[in-house]
Write a protein that binds this ligand. Structure first.
Ligand code: GLU
Length: 413
């Protein structure tokens, strides 16, 4: 059983440890860590059979010292206020770490979208966006996709917002290209993950060409990360999705697997590899383990069974704090989520800039700028890690918190 890590207590703990590391002034700690604003809304849905069901929705705005709140909207049955709070805080540190002019926010609805028809999903999405309309804005708070939300849902959000406030493409990112989405946005989180894996390999003197990689989760992030790492020459030995995993020590054919996944919505039934469960896939011997699904998959109860040299956190919060401490003691590097998966929000930023400029950049331009941002953030984290003799997670938090603190102090209260 996985344990939910994305809770505010865990993120407070990470914040406080990093704040101690950089000697953050006690007087501003609360202001930096407590969310600025929390909105909870009731989202009624007219079902296809005419009945009405009520769902709970959230938008938490954590901190905007460096710019408008920014972060995803998650549709999942486990979404609750505490989780959204923790994810909103992570977004503040993530945007600061890659040095883009945003704060952090997060939203979501507590719903299992697989139980809804397409039309029900559309009605629910629109109704939710109308409910959070009072606190969002192109210079206030800019939502984006997260778990179980996608470009189509962003298109409905943009349309709904536009009906109330006038056409405003920059109100959400991760839109379809035709509606002002950025080239490269869909692949960005996976691409960023692959860039970070490459930089980590260089830092640790490992050869990415020979590296064995396990990817847990084959949604948007996991599949693109797999594709780019495969292109870089790594051997992806195991992959899983909600229906289970596949393992081949000689390396899976990732391009064919992606094709299979695109046409079937799952890797299940793919012709290559031995079956392996979602739990057991974590124990396969490898160089890089990339958890790219939900939070809390590596925890105190299973951490001793892992058999990897490095964990690259492509999901938000896949390693619980107690497991993180154990891994640090064992010398297993954990590359934190706020660094690994920051490629998504980085290209969201590029999308927003293009929307404001009303001008589209080429995919090459987007990718070059993404590469630059990811490598710069990685190097800052590596420098901090070496100078403070700490974990990569603490180093990443330290860089980010210091940046937010400076903006907070300069602006004043
Ligand atoms: N939900 C993504 C994340 O956690 C993307 C957020 C965004 O693009 O604003 O980083």
């Amino acid at each position: 059983m996985s344990k939910k890590i994305n809770n505010k207590k865990a993120s407070d703990d990470q914040f406080n440890r990093a704040a101690d590391l950089i000697g953050l002034d006690e007087k501003i700690r609360t202001s930096l860590n407590v969310p600025d604003r929390e909105l909870m809304v009731e989202v009624p849905l007219r079902k296809d059979d005419g009945s009405i069901e009520s769902f709970r929705g959230y938008r938490v705005q954590h901190n905007n010292s460096r710019g408008p709140f920014k972060g995803g909207i998650r549709f999942h049955e486990e979404v609750d206020l505490d989780e959204v709070r923790a994810l909103a805080a992570l977004m503040t540190w993530k945007t600061a770490l890659v040095d883009i002019p945003y704060g952090g926010g997060e939203g979501g609805i507590s719903v299992d979208p697989s139980t809804l028809s397409d039309l029900e999903l559309e009605r629910l999405s629109r109704r939710f966006f109308r409910a959070i309309n009072p606190i969002i804005g192109v210079n206030r708070d800019i939502p984006a996709p997260d778990v179980n939300t996608n470009p189509q849902i962003m298109a409905w959000f943009m349309d709904e917002y536009g009906m109330i406030n006038g056409h405003t493409p920059g109100i959400v990112t991760g839109k379809p290209i035709e509606l002002g989405g950025s080239l490269g946005r869909n692949a960005a989180t996976g691409k960023g993950t692959a860039i970070i894996a490459r930089e980590t390999a260089n830092l640790l003197n490992m050869d990415l060409q020979d590296a064995k990689i396990v990817i847990q989760g084959f949604g948007n992030v996991g599949s693109f990360a797999g594709r780019f790492l495969h292109e870089m020459g790594s051997k992806i030995v195991a992959v899983s999705d909600v229906n289970g995993g596949l393992y081949d020590p000689d390396g899976l054919n990732i391009p064919s697997m992606i094709k299979h996944n695109n046409s079937n919505g799952t890797i299940k039934g793919f012709s290559q590899g031995d079956k392996v469960s979602n739990e057991d896939i974590l124990n396969i011997e490898c160089d890089f383990l990339i958890p790219a699904a939900l939070g809390g998959v590596v925890h105190k109860m299973n951490v001793d069974k892992l058999n990897c040299k490095v964990i690259i956190e492509a999901a938000n919060g896949p390693v619980t704090p107690p497991a993180d401490d154990i891994l640090f003691q064992k010398g297993v590097h954990v590359v934190p989520d706020i660094l690994t998966n920051a490629g998504g929000v980085t290209v969201s930023y590029f999308e927003w800039v293009q929307n404001l400029q009303q001008f589209q950049w080429t995919e090459e331009e987007v990718n070059n700028k993404l590469e630059h941002k990811m490598v710069a953030a990685f190097n800052e984290v590596a420098d901090m890690m070496n100078s403070k003799k700490t974990s990569m997670r603490m180093a990443a938090f330290a860089v980010a918190i210091d940046r937010v603190a400076r903006s907070f102090e300069m602006r004043g209260v």
